[in-house]
Design a protein around this ligand. Structure first.
Ligand code: ASP
Length: 433
């Protein structure tokens, strides 16, 4: 197949052209045109992905659980999944803390930039503080309570209820294993066919991926740069060391933690892993949403990485909701950066507090754009760093969100390979896209 016909190249070309168009658009005063006529293509693409997320999780997880045919296997897999997810998250935060302490980006921030940033983003900070406080006010165990829904239709009506859908699917799956085979088979066949149908629809959606990615990137650049490209560039430079600390952390985490995970659990090469998951990473990067990318992550993990459906359909939706290695790492770096910038030195005990709160905050972060910075408020509060400091990092947050989302997705995929391998459910992947 010619290289340019391969999906990941088409997505990369879409990304690059989107970036170029965004820059031209801000320079040539075409921002309104881009927002009105190009942005909708990106929105349609994200909507289409989100449209199939809940049906896909429901159908594939029901089929997955019935294939496991045994409840003890399910609870063993659940325990392993959560255990590995939490371990990788703690490692991610530790790596982030090491980089931010080594590079000390907050101390390099010029005084006048600090004052300017604090003033210009003052209002945006208030929104985020309120959202985070509302989440906290609902009680510490509320996320656990939220897993059990009151109403099936209501749970299925919003993608933010993914854990509820996982819960419903598991209950249905377990029930199907235990009722009379003659009756359960009809429903299992239904969910199986429905699952195949959704996977076919994912293929259709991927046909428009390069255009969707083009539109998304162009809109991100237009939003960032506005009409003043120079100012956006200056901001990027001023926050350069902070961004470098986050990016180095993300890179180290991918190359170190996922490599070790692979060595322990599977004999797949890291190169093949990245090759298989590449389209999902690129989509995570362009959409900044692990939830929207979930259908593609599931498809790639099963097809290219050889993870069997019963594992992928459980590990990935749970991961897209609670496992955010990239986000937790970023929250740790951001908290210490802000502390450094306002002249606070965080002690070792305070940094250990960050490990705990960033783990919890990342579990509570939704897989949608910009959710990580809202939950950052909780991390900052835990170590008494002023929340207003968020204003310092808002300007570059979207770009870092794109990178951390790609890592979040990669983490979910890596853990699914590890769990599958330890359960003897890892086949060989195929690379035919
Ligand atoms: N956008 C991230 C995700 O969807 C969450 C965040 O860090 O804002 O995974």
């Amino acid at each position: 197949m010619a290289w340019y016909k391969k999906l990941h190249w088409q997505i990369i070309i879409g990304l690059i052209l989107g970036l170029i168009w965004g820059l031209i658009s801000s320079q040539a005063g075409l921002n309104d045109f881009t927002s009105e006529f190009i942005r909708p293509a990106g929105t349609i693409f994200i909507n289409a992905l989100q449209l199939i997320a809940i049906p896909l999780v429901l159908a594939s997880l029901v089929v997955g659980v019935t294939k496991l045919n045994d409840i003890t296997k399910l609870s063993r897999m659940g325990g392993k999944t959560i255990g590995i997810y939490i371990t990788t998250t703690i490692l991610a935060i530790t790596i982030g803390l090491i980089w931010v302490n080594l590079l000390q980006p907050g101390k390099a921030l010029p005084e006048e930039t600090r004052i300017e940033l604090l003033q210009s983003y003052e209002e945006n900070v208030e929104d985020r503080r309120q959202t985070a406080e509302e989440a906290l006010d609902r009680g510490r165990l509320q996320p656990l309570v939220d897993i059990v829904p009151q109403n099936v239709i209501q749970s299925m009506s919003s993608n933010s209820n993914m854990l509820q859908v996982v819960f419903i699917a598991i209950v249905i799956g377990i029930g199907l294993i235990q009722i009379e085979k003659r009756k359960s088979q009809q429903l299992i066949d239904f969910f199986d066919a429905f699952n195949d149908l959704i996977i076919k629809i994912v293929d259709y959606i991927m046909l428009i991926a390069p255009y969707g990615v083009f539109a998304l990137l162009a809109s991100v650049i237009v939003d960032l740069a506005g009409d003043d490209l120079r100012r956006a560039f200056d901001l990027l430079m001023a926050l350069g060391w902070y961004s470098v600390a986050v990016l180095l952390g993300l890179f180290t985490h991918m190359m170190l933690v996922y490599a070790v995970l692979f060595k322990i659990f599977s004999n797949m090469s890291l190169k093949n892993f990245f090759r298989g998951i590449r389209p999902a990473m690129l989509l995570g990067f362009s959409t900044s949403s692990s939830a929207a990318t979930l259908p593609v992550t599931m498809e790639r993990v099963e097809k290219n990485l050889g993870v069997e459906e019963e594992v992928a359909s459980f590990v990935l939706p749970v991961g897209a909701t609670i496992n955010m290695d990239g986000t937790s790492l970023y929250q740790a770096v951001a908290a210490v950066f802000i502390a450094q910038a306002v002249g606070m030195d965080l002690s070792l005990a305070e940094q250990l507090t960050i490990v705990v709160t960033a783990t919890l905050a990342s579990i509570g972060t939704a897989g949608v754009p910009g959710a990580g910075i809202v939950m950052l408020v909780i991390v900052l509060n835990s170590v008494n760093v002023p929340v207003e400091g968020i204003a310092l990092i808002l300007g570059v947050d979207r770009i870092l969100d794109m990178c951390r989302t790609a890592v979040n997705i990669t983490g979910d995929a890596a853990v699914s390979v590890a769990v599958a391998s330890s359960e003897g459910k890892l086949g060989t992947g195929r690379f035919d896209d």
